[in-house]
Design a binder for this molecule. Structure first.
Ligand code: NAD
Length: 275
């Protein structure tokens, strides 16, 4: 397939997204000229209801692909011609490849998290994993960590029904835990997938006293990269990986789907950390 030179991101509140820079720079290293356009729903008071005409427009203009983010990851599905197994399993799409006018939905969030996690914490013990947050990011990561071979996944969410529903969908290796204390007791590691710790929502998502040396902590928050949770975890002797790994990992996966090329993970990671 001939790589197309025009890509975009559809979502809300994406003005600060680093994704265009990551794709454009990596494309440049492969001798490709690529324009990556932010299609910010907030610019025109748009919503997921605008997807039909937006998708017709990008198809007509000749986009080669799109990333999809909040609030469109589920809403986009009925408008696509095909879904990858991963996107179908998760019920969410973050990447759409456009080939011969056909829209093919993929999801690189879970596999992107796994790429970042493996790089940062290659020795991590997946014996008993606690997952805090069963929203969009948490669900994608839950599928991915089981695919990586986790023996047991204990899911906690402030909304217990959400944790229970995700556990039921995932099968026998997953279960909902009553609270963070129960999930972390004897756990080998923690994945944090709530928004707590973001610049606009500072603080700790759990009592840091529950963490101890020997456990690993994987953070999804990446604005900022260094969160209170990561600082507390490091201070307690935990091995940690920050939210940049997933942000880079999902972009690497999308770049490869869009272009058919293999991205240089070290180069993209290095570039991300300079932005
Ligand atoms: P979401 O709103 O879909 O889900 C968040 C979930 O966390 C909700 O179910 C909520 O009930 C739960 N929750 C909130 N506070 C909690 C607490 N203290 N204890 C237990 N549960 C709690 O959000 P999302 O889309 O999954 O995003 C979560 C975070 O992940 C955001 O900060 C987002 O920026 C980040 N994220 C990072 C990447 C990346 O590439 N690093 C990718 C996607 C999302």
């Amino acid at each position: 397939a001939t790589p197309q030179g025009l890509l975009g991101l559809i979502g809300s509140g994406i003005g600060q997204s680093l994704t265009p820079a990551l794709h454009q720079q990596e494309a440049g290293h492969h001798g490709l000229r690529l324009h990556y356009q932010l299609i910010d729903l907030d610019r025109f008071g748009g919503s997921a209801a605008d997807l039909p005409w937006l998708l017709s427009a990008v198809r007509a203009i000749g986009f080669g692909g799109l990333n999809i983010t909040y609030p469109c990851k589920q809403a986009v599905i009925p408008h696509l011609d095909e879904l990858s197994d991963e996107a179908r399993e998760m019920g969410a799409v973050n990447t759409v490849v456009i080939r011969d006018g056909r829209l093919i939905g993929h999801n690189t969030d879970g596999s992107g998290w796994a790429r970042g996690f493996r790089r940062a914490l290659p020795q991590a013990d997946l014996g008993a994993v606690a997952l805090l947050g069963a929203g969009g990011a948490g669900a994608a990561i839950a599928h991915a960590v089981l695919r990586l071979g986790a023996d047991e996944l204990r899911i906690v969410d402030a909304d217990p029904a959400r944790a229970a529903a995700l556990a039921a969908e995932l099968g026998p290796r997953a279960r909902a835990a009553a609270d963070a204390a129960q999930a972390l007791a004897g756990a080998t590691g923690l994945i944090h997938a709530t928004p707590t710790g973001m610049a606009k929502l500072p603080g700790l998502p759990l009592d840091a006293g529950l963490l101890h040396a020997g456990q690993w902590v994987s953070e999804v928050v990446y604005f900022p990269l260094d969160t209170a949770l990561l600082r507390e975890a490091r201070a307690r002797g935990c091995a940690v990986s920050d939210g940049g790994g997933m942000a880079v990992g999902q972009a690497l996966g999308a770049f490869e789907l869009f272009t058919g090329l293999t991205a240089d993970a070290d180069r993209v990671e290095h570039h991300f950390r300079q932005l």
